[in-house]
Design a protein around this ligand. Structure first.
Ligand SMILES: [Mn+2]
Length: 362
């Protein structure tokens, strides 16, 4: 058995324990990130139907060969018509009565179709079980994420040589994305944020036509997708003589980021870690200027659980991968955000992002 198939085997085993606990015969999975996690199939369309004994993957003509190669633990069923019919064939064959479904990822229309057409006696919401299985990353996932983060770091080393007065934000974004692709990324993990000057006061200022000017602060927030996993980082740099207040803000954000990321221990809740950064910023008078959460899980999705926010109730466990990204934003002046990705450990977390957080003046 090769490494990847034993990983899938293990994920299926954990899923089947949950099925048993919930007293459900089988679960139907259609969310891309979840079927990828449980099968290894990377195509854009599939249903998984998983019971204690069986694992089926239903897909169409385009993906039959690919899914047979990638999802070796599954019996692949080709279906070029109505997938409900193909699912019903399986339901009848293995005798599924209670079927779990992903209620958080279904439209009302699809749910109605399941309800009226699937030949089961009960349709039961499966909750966030699969999302929860994905909270803690295994060693193979961590290796891929480390590489994705490294690509982001290398793009940063490159881009600080490119940023200068006269270049547009959108050109900087294009250069970052091109560089990440050259390093093996399949694409950006979200729309690259390049927010300069007063635009840096917008936490999600996607790159615009604005030209970088002398004296601008520039926030760069970007990431890539590498082998189906995301990275995410933020650095804020100065072009020319920095504004005094922004320099002060930079030091506060840097301190908050450092304290929160080095204190993110196993056993703490997401909200405890959020509070470490939030109180440092509030004590220095910028509480109202830090309006977003401290961080989020990263993995197959760019934003996933666990959240580090004032409502974050998930308890940190070894192997969870989260961002730590405090920021301070002042309308009319600009803003600063600094973001690293960390892995929760028994001891101090492993900080994956290696780009400097010292002040950079270009
Ligand atoms: Mn982020």
């Amino acid at each position: 058995m090769d490494n990847s198939s034993s990983i899938i085997e293990n994920r299926l085993k954990r899923l089947r324990e949950k099925l048993k606990l919930k007293d459900i015969d089988a679960v139907l999975i259609n969310k891309r990130e979840n079927y990828f996690y449980l099968s290894g199939f990377t195509g854009s369309s599939a249903y998984l139907l998983i019971s204690q004994e069986d694992a089926y993957l239903v897909t169409d003509f385009r993906y039959v060969e690919q899914s047979r190669n990638q999802a070796s633990k599954y019996e692949v069923i080709e279906c070029n018509g109505n997938s409900i019919d193909a699912l019903n064939e399986i339901i009848k064959k293995i005798g599924i009565k209670k079927l779990g479904f992903e209620e958080n990822y279904l439209t009302y229309k699809i749910f109605s179709e399941y309800k009226s057409s699937l030949l089961v006696s009960e349709l039961l919401p499966f909750g966030r079980v699969i999302d929860e299985l994905r909270f803690v990353k295994d060693e193979v996932e961590l290796e891929v994420i480390r590489k994705a983060v490294k690509i982001g770091d290398e793009a940063f080393a490159h881009i600080i040589k490119v940023i200068k007065p006269g270049i547009k934000e959108i050109e900087i974004a294009a250069e970052i994305e091109y560089h990440m692709k050259k390093l093996g990324a399949s694409g950006p993990s979200f729309d690259t944020i390049v927010a300069s000057g007063k635009r840096a006061a917008m936490p999600h200022g996607v790159a615009s036509e604005k030209v970088i000017e002398m004296g601008d602060i520039v926030t760069l927030d970007y990431g890539c997708i590498y082998n189906n996993y995301c990275s995410d980082m933020t650095r804020t740099v100065f072009v020319g003589e920095p504004d005094k207040e922004l320099l002060k803000i930079y030091e506060i954000v840097k301190k908050a980021q450092y304290e929160a990321s080095t204190s993110a221990y196993r056993g703490l809740k997401g909200k405890d870690i959020d509070n470490i950064a939030r109180s440092i910023i509030a004590e220095r008078g910028y509480g109202p200027n830090f309006g977003h959460s401290l961080g989020h899980g990263v993995g197959i999705e760019i934003h996933e659980e666990p959240r580090l926010s004032i409502r974050g109730e998930v308890i940190m466990e070894n192997g969870m991968v989260v961002t730590v990204e405090p920021g301070i934003y002042v309308e009319g002046l600009g803003g600063v955000r600094i973001e690293d990705i960390i892995v929760i450990n028994d001891q101090k977390p492993e900080v994956l992002t290696s780009s400097t957080k010292e002040i950079i003046i270009l």
